[in-house]
Design a protein around this ligand. Structure first.
Ligand SMILES: [Zn+2]
Ligand SMILES: [Zn+2]
Length: 60
């Protein structure tokens, strides 16, 4: 526990991209900060939770 949004994610916020294609553009979603980020790592630089790299809902 102890994860929390510190507002740092704002600096890593991804460019605005039309609906649904953010993941394809390499952006990752932090579920805690509720924001898409353009970062190379797998964790949010803000709150350190693992980032989502794929859209949810598609089960293969
Ligand atoms: Zn944050
Ligand atoms: Zn975060």
């Amino acid at each position: 526990m102890g994860y929390s949004c510190k507002g740092v994610c704002e600096e890593f916020k991804g460019d605005k991209i039309p609906n649904g294609s953010k993941y394809e553009h390499g952006q990752k979603r932090c579920t805690l900060c509720s924001i898409f980020l353009s970062v190379s790592g797998v964790r949010c630089p803000c709150c350190s939770v693992l980032l989502r790299t794929k859209p949810r809902g598609k089960r293969s």
